[in-house]
Design a protein around this ligand. Sequence first.
Ligand SMILES: [Zn+2]
Length: 467
Amino acid sequence: MFPHMVRAGVYARISSDREGDGLAIGRQLEDCEELAERRGWRVVDRYVDQDVSAYSGRLRPEYRRLLGDIESRALDAVVVWHVDRLHRQPKELEEFLDACDEAGLAELASVAGTVDLATHDGRFTARILGAVAKKESDDKSRRIRRKHEEIALAGRVSGGGTRPFGFESDRRSLRPDEAAIVRECARRLLAGQALRAICIDLNERGVATVTGAQWTSQTLRRMLASPRIAGQREHKGEIVAQAEWPAIITAAESERIRALLSDPSRRTNRAARRYLLARLLRCGLCGSTLVARPRSDGTRRYVCASGPGLPGCGKITIVADSLEQFVVEAVLYRLDTPELAAIFAGRQDDPAAEQWQGEVERAQAHLDELARAYADEQIGLQEWLTARSPIEQRLQAARKRLAQLNRTAALDEYIGNAAGLRERWQALPLSGQAAIVAAVLDHLIVNPGTRGLNRLDPARLTPVWRV
Ligand SMILES: [Zn+2]
């Protein structure tokens, strides 16, 4: 008997054709058909809705036709560019899942990653995607971002405005005199000099910025923190490509400068940004714990930190806001399952939990202090590594105890009541939010991103749940 050929339907949608989106539709279809081919599926039909927003609730004729074909079992699989092309309302998703169930269709592939509708986890992912998509901004701004990202991914220059310091106005060729200044400033900053002191010196020497103005701490900070001077193309807080222009300083120097400049103890002009998922994220390539590291413009990110003395591979970066939003949604969904209620039913309180929590915080503060001392070159690499190890052991031991004792306390009143928690979420202190997340999520593995996707791509994420 011949193996059954999987019959796939490709669905594409765009909400407006004003900005050359005919092309984008073509691109969605092309990507989807390539994907189907890779999987050995035969594309038997294409469904394209134009100029209709899934938000508006208006009828999407091709989507209805797709549903009909699923119901009549004309399809074994559906391919979409991104799952949010398919539906942007939970109600629609449930309807879609029902139709798939009924017809036994279990393959939903997207360019971003495949959702296996036959499994609980797959459906779980699809539901969270739906919930997150609902909150997202409209398609239009996303398409514009996508365009910028295409440019960024190619490592090409973009934008007008004033030329970057160190480069000619073509934004590619070096200006040797300015490049020498960049190198000098980088060296002096890494040697521990303050931004202000360097500025004063530059201004006294008559070295001007590209606009002819005097240097300020802000302009110098922005220049030194920019991956551009290390020959790297940055886009939305992530280094996305090796740039087409030459580097003035090395990537390692650049990374170290950013670590130094983003150190919260250096910043007095803004409240410390907090990170909900600190220490819960693991690099999918090397297994290191990701660290919170904002971009110079303040965009919050988690990165796999590499460089002298750092354990990571430096290849993973993820923007914090959308990731945190996704994880919170996932946790809230998780809390609403009856399984959880059953697990927590037998829980006992333990006063020791508080003590271990204190131990964790002390050890963490100690580690942070050490890292700062190293970044400021108060201590050397060897000293840092030596001092770190016993503290990390202490930290790990305390965490383990906490995991056993404390993890359910934060959850007690919310099991099966995610709606109540959702309402109060914003009002909870970060430590409270973090305790709830950590009670449910052991850790989250962050894999490399898919080229061409500039938004959070859940296919990158592998959650390891505690419960
Ligand atoms: Zn890594």
